[in-house]
Design a protein around this ligand. Sequence first.
Ligand code: SF4
Length: 363
Amino acid sequence: MPLTRHAQFQLLFPDEPAFRWNQIESSFFSSAKNWSEVTAIPSAMRERLSPIPWMSVELVQMQVSKNGDTHKALLEVDGGKEIETVLMKNPRGAWTICVSSQVGCAMRCGFCATGKMGLTRSLISDEIVDQYRFWGDYLLTYNLQPKTFVPLRISNIVFMGMGEPLANYEAVKESLNTLLAHTDLGKTRITVSTVGVLPRLEQILTDQDWPHVRLAVSLHSAIAQTRKQIVPTSYDDFLPKLEDWAKRYLTKFGNRRHHLTFEYVMLKDVNDTPAHAKALALFVNRIGHVRVNLIPYNLTGVEFECSEDSAIKQFLAALEDRHVTTTRRRTMGSDIAAACGQLRDRYKTRDLATCESPATSST
Ligand code: SF4
């Protein structure tokens, strides 16, 4: 695991006051392109810092959807490992980015390409933050070309890429605090999505340094047997424990702007029946201020299939009939395999002959 830039700075300059690092960290979010442009610090310090990589991620491959609303990058991190990150146009006329928190994932969700890879390592906070910086640079580069103008603003970040964010708790927390300190993103514009790592969810309740960004729990079923089929690492008593935790979380932090979201990937004949809708509605109504987000499944080639459109509509209506606030996620980037893990998979199997030219290719 590489050392963070901050740790390397502390090794080089153990006696520097804390404000010095803050000056340096601000420069990562400025127009500076390398250490030599960080004019807020003495030139001798810049020289000693120069061996430290300015960016911890490097573009390997880019795919752009035909309609241009989804851009997906395969990035290399230290040790030649690869992660994915996605840029998506959002209804605000700005951009949402989806970031990875680990190389691979240990959670083995049956519907997920990343889950098939297993866990290689967790990312350090710089590697998470630099996915935001990468897309910031990318948008600026596009703006230099009037014909391909895209709005520059990243208005939202979702931690829904490769990896389980709460299995990399400290680095994710550090990245959240860095992003909140140095960008214009507020806490309600960032969502951390978790499969439900209960010890870390408990920690969030009392951790003074955890910034209360939005949380989304990947529920996928309120019936224990079905959830275990979809998320094999699920504990036997996960659902009652999650219910108990969610009630305490909402008592402590819930308000009009702060709710919990349950993500629910729609899998044909697995979790999309009327019995599953009823169980989900009962579960949600016992908890309170929860929204359900139905996700049409967009990956093929594994053991699950996406629910029929009619089944999704019926499922949604059954939840609304029981007064559950429900949304259906827009399907984006299906022509470029935008589900996490797919781009890396295809690249590894050399199935991307049309994507030879990074940042310009379109499939
Ligand atoms: S869905 Fe998320 S938690 Fe589950 S295996 Fe994939 S990356 Fe990991």
